[in-house]
Design a protein around this ligand. Sequence first.
Ligand code: NAD
Ligand code: MG
Length: 395
Amino acid sequence: MKGICVLGSTGSIGVSTLDVVGRHPNRYRVVVLTANNNLDRLYEQCLRFEPSYAVMIDEIQAIELRGRLRAAGQWRTQVLSGAKALEEVAVLPEVDAVMAAIVGAAGLLPTLAAARAGKTVLLANKEALVMSGPLFMAEVMKSGADLLPIDSEHNALFQCMPSDYHAGRRAPEVRRILLTASGGPFLRTSVEKLEQVTPDQAIAHPNWVMGRKISVDSATMMNKGLEVIEACLLFAMAPESVQVVVHPQSVIHSLVDYVDGTVLAQMGNPDMRIPIAHALAWPGRFDSGAEPLDLFGVRQLDFEPPDTIRFPCLRLAYEAVRAGGSAPAILNAANEVAVESFLEGRISFSAIPETISHCMDALPAGVADTLEAVLEADRSARAVARAFIAHQETS
Ligand code: NAD
Ligand code: MG
């Protein structure tokens, strides 16, 4: 029986993780659940899974959660509060595996703590890896932690790698990585129309149900940009060996091209419980709850190159990974600020890449080999992005 800590248990990935874990009570015990502010959902999850610890970021909400649990006769869960508590629960001795499913930079410190402590890290939080790249991978190598990708494309790639493969190593027999992209809700939308799209249109993804931030990232294709950087780090590949392939059906989740010309693909329904179950059962397999793939229903698989004129975020991400150092952290922070402003109705959809591009020009890439340098790059990029957006609003 393994103990699991689910960071971000109330989100889309967190809920899918608990769905899979709930199917295998003899394999996993839930030790920790954490949430930002979804008190009702965390309360329900604590009643069902009776974790040893629950963390709510806000102290007042943590007090309310504790009160409600005790009133319901649930005394098993110790309720903690604050961001610092996330780092403590991720390294508890009774935790074997950590599902890193917090969205954005907020997930960096607890995910890094888990890697340093040698926990099995199930990585959904791509922003944490993009920000701290080489530093994060060095910690994984040093502690010997198993790092299992949850992002569907990277999980697919991991499954197509040689059988003894461990993340972070370069497999010499691999020539190229083909990263598939659905193209998002605006695959066929013209440049002029893209200017006017609303947050509701942007978060309506054709194939996947996900959190709001990653849904907007899928619409701008920054999600694929972040995933290119993620792939370079996880599989030790050069950016020119990672090719993005638009595949609107989202049935092939990515492909590995070997030196002998063999191309291995991983397929399945677009259901995040598949990569989650793969990582939870690794190196074995168990039921995920996903429907079997019906190829007669799918009928056809299409492929096309991405359009970096309509989706400049993808080009910006390639620029950031080539520049290296703090550039990916700057790209990520600027994107987080821009997406939040777009969701608040403060900027247009096309102002998202404009904001990121401005930040990358204003802040040249520096070295980012320490946590302090990464956090500093994140802070300055946020400040520059906020100032740029405020200036746009007043002009
Ligand atoms: P979500 O918005 O649905 O959930 C985010 C979770 O993080 C919630 O539990 C929330 O309470 C918590 N959280 C948010 N801000 C926090 C903060 N400041 N401090 C502590 N906790 C905080 O997001 P999601 O769609 O589940 O995505 C989670 C991560 O997984 C993201 O990095 C995303 O890119 C990645 N991912 C998601 C999917 C998907 O299908 N949803 C697929 C691939 C990768
Ligand atoms: Mg993905």
